[in-house]
Unconditional design. Structure first.
Length: 539
């Protein structure tokens, strides 16, 4: 028995394109003498459908492609593909999240997901009816398979991953009840996720006393990044075969010899983060039908790192940097931005906001009288820059990348309709220290990011001699506070933490209006965070 892991990158709603990709992988796996080919959760529909499931025609179109896929399969193989199917119940939700077993000449076998997550980014119970995992068995070529779908194996209560469920359905499954456990998954990337997956799957394999074939989605959908990293673990908890991270892959595992392809990838935490963000940018841009991006180059570390990530994602010919000098910029801000652009091989434009700023302030003062310099003047500069950057989007059909980090988004150290303008926020789930770590990674072999960018004190340069630390705590302490209160949900204790807590709550309204933020931590700003804007509680 040879089992192929079809780790693919699906696009939500591209039913025909997803089907053609699945067929291509099936043919390639068949050529490698695979008996069973396994694809990720909702591989045909794309994950996550969200409120597309309000549209019955979307499900009908996907089911049509599922039927066409079935007809085009080669003989003597079983294909397990994730898809949305209709519930046969007269009451309850209209659909199932299913694993469909397709064998040419036989009726499809449909297995339904039982545990439907409703935490963080997940909201499956909105449209999906739960199944019964204990019934998800089939036999093919003498081998007994138990099919599970993502969350179905995640109810083990582990120290680093407490279960949100009252019952674990796997505990109802008898030992030695199957020869192989299949888990099709769409498990998003976070820093600690791979180790947790291994622990969860080891518990499952040892409980049933059977190997687990874990096939995870790869690619990015909006702000969520799927890292792939599919693998096969034997009944004793040893990984016998593994797929690439952050790339599509086809891997064939022999059940009898317990051998399959091995892609050793010893990535550090920051290397994994970089790879995730590159994939996130590439898929967000391309799946939205665009092919080029631009960003403001401030001469600072944040925009430098975003520029590097964008070049990795799309290539230098698809990235434009813009310097935007204003009345309070140091001359080196422009020259450092231009030097970075030259090092990366990207086009660099210069939009000077000096005259526009004077005209805007003049218009305001003509009606309101002389104004004392303050936040109004700072934000006019930021919004003029945003206006010009968005104008380039209109002119060239290019997507603007915004460059704020997690510390700035947490504290509100950003301007709505100014530096928060853009279609995507690639590093807004990285605290400042992590931004510097990514920069050092890019400079590991040569000076890609000019040293002057890395060593200069961070500044918005919106008033004379401004430094970030004039308004914010020291970044190492701020990083620690953001991690503690946002990612670990711990209460504020120190004076700095209470200041940060208040800033986080006050600036919720800004984050609701921010671009999508690529998610790399277990708790990020974005779809998974559902705090009220009007809120008096200080936690």
């Amino acid at each position: 028995m040879r089992i192929a892991l079809g780790q693919i990158n699906s696009t939500v709603g591209d039913f025909t394109g997803n089907k053609e990709k699945i067929l291509d992988y099936v043919v390639r796996a068949h050529d490698k003498r695979a008996d069973v080919i396994v694809f990720p959760e909702l591989a045909l529909f794309g994950y996550s459908p969200m409120d597309l499931l309000e549209r019955p025609t979307a499900v009908e179109c996907q089911l049509k492609e599922l039927s066409d896929l079935h007809k085009q399969l080669p003989k003597d193989v079983a294909v397990i593909v994730g898809a949305v199917t209709k519930s046969k119940k007269k009451t309850g939700k209209p659909y199932h999240n299913s694993a469909v077993v397709l064998i040419k000449g036989k009726k499809p076998i449909v297995f339904n997901k039982e545990l439907l997550p409703t935490y963080d980014i997940f909201d499956e119970a909105r449209y999906v009816e739960p199944g019964d995992m204990c019934k998800n068995f089939f036999k093919f070529k003498g081998t007994r398979f138990h099919v599970t779908i993502c969350e179905d194996i995640w109810a083990w209560d582990l120290p680093k991953n407490p279960s949100p469920y009252l019952e674990n359905p796997l505990k109802k499954v008898k030992k030695n009840s199957s020869d192989v456990i299949i888990n099709i998954s769409a498990s998003p990337f976070t820093h600690e996720k791979f180790e947790i997956r291994k622990a969860i799957i080891k518990k499952t394999a040892q409980h049933i006393n059977a190997p687990v074939v874990y096939v995870n989605l790869v690619g990015a959908q909006d702000e969520v990044i799927f890292d792939g990293a599919s693998f096969v673990m034997n009944a004793k908890g040893k990984i016998c075969s593994e797929c690439l991270m952050f790339e599509e892959d086809l891997n064939v595992f022999d059940l009898e010899t317990e051998k399959g392809g091995s892609r050793e990838q010893k990535l550090s935490a920051i290397e994994s983060t970089r790879a995730a963000l590159v994939l996130g940018i590439r898929d967000f841009v391309r799946k939205n039908g665009m092919d080029k991006v631009h960003l403001g180059l401030s001469g600072g570390i944040d925009s430098a790192v975003v520029a590097c990530l964008a070049v990795d994602a799309l290539g230098p010919s698809k990235v434009t940097g813009i310097t935007l000098p204003g009345p309070f910029n140091a001359p080196e801000s422009k020259t450092l931005g231009e030097k970075l652009a030259k090092n990366l091989g990207i086009r660099c434009l210069n939009f000077d906001i000096g005259e526009s700023y004077e005209a805007a302030v003049g218009s305001l003062e003509a009606e309101m009288g002389k104004l004392e310099f303050g936040l109004t003047h700072e934000n006019i500069q930021a919004r003029l820059r945003g206006t010009l950057l968005m104008a380039l989007s209109n002119k060239e059909g290019s997507m603007l990348l915004t460059t704020g980090n997690k510390d700035e988004y947490a504290t509100g150290y950003s301007t709505l309709y100014g530096d928060m303008c853009g279609g995507l926020a690639p590093i807004a789930d990285l605290v400042k220290g992590e931004v510097y770590e990514v920069a050092q990674l890019y400079n590991k072999e040569s000076e890609v990011i000019p040293k002057g960018i890395i060593t200069r004190a961070p500044s918005a340069e919106l008033r004379p001699n401004q430094k970030d630390q004039d308004s914010l705590p020291e970044y190492d302490k701020l990083d620690e506070g953001v991690r503690k209160m946002l990612e670990e949900l711990k209460p504020a204790k120190s004076e700095m933490e209470r200041w940060l807590m208040n800033a986080i709550v006050k600036n919720e309204f800004k984050r609701w209006q921010a671009p999508p933020i690529l998610k790399v931590t277990k708790r990020s700003f974005g779809r998974g965070r559902r705090y009220p804007i009007a809120n008096k509680f200080r936690f």
